[in-house]
Design a protein. Structure first.
Length: 215
């Protein structure tokens, strides 16, 4: 029998409210963990404007909350990668676009870099970063064939080295020693791959300022 006190549409409103509360908790976690990687769930609850019990209603504990952040980051990464799935025949601009597309995701979720390894787990990190690593390696292979990237290091190790550079620069943002909108990091990535520094800077500038192409 239908409950006369439950109105049509109430279920949808409750689901939306639940989703909004969950998103608010995750946003508070992202900010609080960035401020203090050892902050408590109580600190996160207070920042989110909810009671601690509400956090537990959505997440079983700290590990589940961190996994929620990782899942959000993975989804944002998938969306960013969708913008660079059409192969650019020239490897240098392809690498620049790749880094520029992914930088905002890394910048938003750089909090995760400050967490202890046990909070994330190597397997989960590899799962999240795997698609991006595959694209980066393919771009580097193309650049090596085209002669625009150096070949002294094979494509996969070189890809991981550039990944390490980007992650290190994100950590420098955490530390307050680096600021970037992605252009400086994209230039650094091209230089690390073997592109001349002036050409790398010019390439990134053309991509990040497309209005100049018609000038």
């Amino acid at each position: 029998m239908t409950n006369p006190h439950v109105h049509v549409g109430d279920g949808g409103r409750l689901r939306r409210q639940t989703q909004l509360t969950r998103a608010r908790i995750l946003e508070a976690a992202r900010q609080e963990l960035g401020r203090d990687p050892d902050c408590s769930l109580g600190d996160i609850a207070e920042a989110a404007g909810v009671v601690r019990r509400t956090v537990y209603d959505h997440f079983a504990g700290r590990s589940a909350l961190v996994e929620g952040l990782v899942a959000d980051a993975a989804e944002a990464l998938r969306r960013a990668l969708a913008a660079v799935t059409v192969p650019d025949p020239d490897a240098a601009p392809a690498m620049a676009r790749f880094v520029l597309a992914l930088w905002p995701v890394g910048d938003r979720y750089r909090t995760l870099l400050r967490l202890a390894p046990q909070d994330l787990g190597a397997e989960r990190v590899n799962e999240v970063l795997g698609p991006a690593r595959d694209i980066a390696t393919a771009i580097i292979e193309r650049g090596q064939r085209q002669g625009v990237f150096h070949t002294s290091v094979p494509s996969e190790p070189l890809s991981r080295a550039i990944e390490g550079l980007v992650l290190a620069l994100l950590e420098c943002v955490n530390a307050g020693t680096w600021t970037d909108d992605g252009t400086r990091t994209a230039t650094a990535a091209l230089i690390a791959a073997g592109t001349d520094s002036d050409l790398a800077a010019a390439q990134v500038h053309r991509i990040s300022c497309p209005s100049l192409l018609g000038a």
